[in-house]
Ligand binder design. Structure first.
Ligand SMILES: [Zn+2]
Length: 296
C-alpha cells in the first residue's frame, strides 16, 4: 500500500507512463538551455568487461538513435546533452575482442566497435555422482522447452525507457559474489552463473528492483517459481526459486512492490533468491546496478 502511495506521490493521478515521458520531455527541454542537463536516468557502474555494461557515446540527435548488437536492440538514453547506448556484454565475450554496434539515426547508419576489457571469473571443479548431473529424458525434454521459452522472453523489447538504471535490493540478505562463476561438473563445463544469489529464509518478501511490467511467470525445472520484470528497453530483472509467485503476468509494478517470496523451488540446495539482470538479452552483473552490499 505504501508502495502505491510512493508511485503517485506528488503526481496526482498521472500514470507512470505519462509521468516518464513528462520527465523525459523536461530533461530534453532543460538540455540546450543549461548546456549541462541533470541526468534524467541514474546509470549503473560502467565496466566494458564480460558480464559488464559498456557506455557508448552516440553524440547529439533530436530523436533517439536506434542501436543493435547481434541483431538485438540496445538501450539508449540521454544522461546529458548527448545520447548514450548501454550495452550488456556477454559473459562468453573474449577480452580483447570487439562487439559491433549498429547505430542508425537521422545522419544515417554506422558501426561502432566496443572493445571488451579483461576480467577473470573463478572456476569451480566439482566431482559428484553422475545421477546428480544427468537428467532423465523427460526432464531434459522439459528443460529444453523451457530454455527456448525463456530465451524468447529475454528478447522482450518495449520502447519506453527505464525510469532508472539503479536498482533497489530485492531482498535483504547475504549476497554471493558468484556472478560469472564457471562450474565444471565431472570435467563437463556448465553455463557460468548468470546472477547473484541472496540468502534469505523461506517466505521473506521479494520486491521489484525497479518499476516495470511483469512479462513472464512460471514454474521451471531449474529456476523453480520465476518472475521476470521488464523495466523498459530490454532492461529486465529475473527472480527465481520463489516459494510463492505474488505478481501476475502483465501487471505493472512500482519499485519495491512485492513479486513473491523467497523459496527453494527448482534445482537448489537451500532457500535463496537467484536474481539476474539483463540488457540486450544478455545477463550482466547485478552488483553493477545495486547499492553497495551490506553484510547481513
Ligand atoms: Zn543463482
Amino acid at each position: 500500500m505504501t508502495l502505491r502511495r510512493r508511485m503517485t506521490r506528488g503526481l496526482g493521478t498521472i500514470g507512470s507512463m505519462q509521468r516518464r515521458s513528462f520527465l523525459l520531455a523536461l530533461a530534453a527541454l532543460a538540455a540546450p538551455a543549461s548546456g549541462n542537463a541533470t541526468p534524467a536516468v541514474a546509470l549503473p557502474r560502467i565496466a566494458a568487461v564480460p558480464g559488464g555494461v559498456a557506455r557508448v557515446d552516440l553524440g547529439p540527435a533530436d530523436t533517439p538513435p536506434q542501436v543493435t548488437v547481434d541483431g538485438r536492440r540496445v538501450l539508449v538514453m540521454r544522461p546529458a546533452r548527448d545520447w548514450s547506448a548501454l550495452v550488456g556484454i556477454p559473459l562468453a565475450a573474449r577480452p580483447g575482442s570487439t562487439l559491433a554496434l549498429q547505430v542508425a539515426d537521422a545522419a544515417g547508419s554506422r558501426e561502432i566497435a566496443v572493445r571488451v576489457q579483461p576480467k577473470r571469473y573463478a572456476t569451480q571443479q566439482l566431482k559428484v555422482a553422475p545421477k546428480h548431473v544427468q537428467l532423465s529424458p523427460e526432464d531434459l525434454a522439459r528443460h529444453e522447452r523451457e530454455r527456448e521459452h525463456l530465451l524468447q522472453v529475454l528478447q522482450h523489447w518495449s520502447d519506453a525507457p527505464p525510469s532508472t538504471l539503479r536498482l533497489r535490493t530485492p531482498v535483504p540478505g547475504r549476497r554471493s559474489s558468484s556472478f560469472g562463476l564457471r562450474r565444471v561438473f565431472n570435467g563437463e563445463a556448465r553455463n557460468p552463473h548468470s546472477g547473484m544469489d541472496i540468502a534469505a529464509p523461506v517466505g521473506t518478501p521479494v520486491a521489484a528492483a525497479a518499476a516495470g511490467a511483469v512479462i513472464d511467470t512460471g514454474e521451471y525445472f531449474f529456476n523453480g517459481n520465476t518472475v521476470i520484470v521488464d523495466h523498459g528497453q530490454g532492461f529486465l530483472t529475473l527472480y527465481c526459486h520463489l516459494d510463492a509467485i505474488g505478481a501476475a503476468s502483465g501487471a505493472r509494478l512500482a519499485a519495491g512492490e512485492p513479486i513473491g517470496t523467497v523459496g527453494a523451488t527448482g534445482r537448489v540446495t537451500g532457500p535463496h533468491l537467484h536474481f539476474s539482470v539483463y540488457l540486450n538479452a544478455t545477463a550482466v552483473d547485478p552488483a553493477l546496478f545495486l547499492p553497495a552490499a551490506t553484510t547481513g
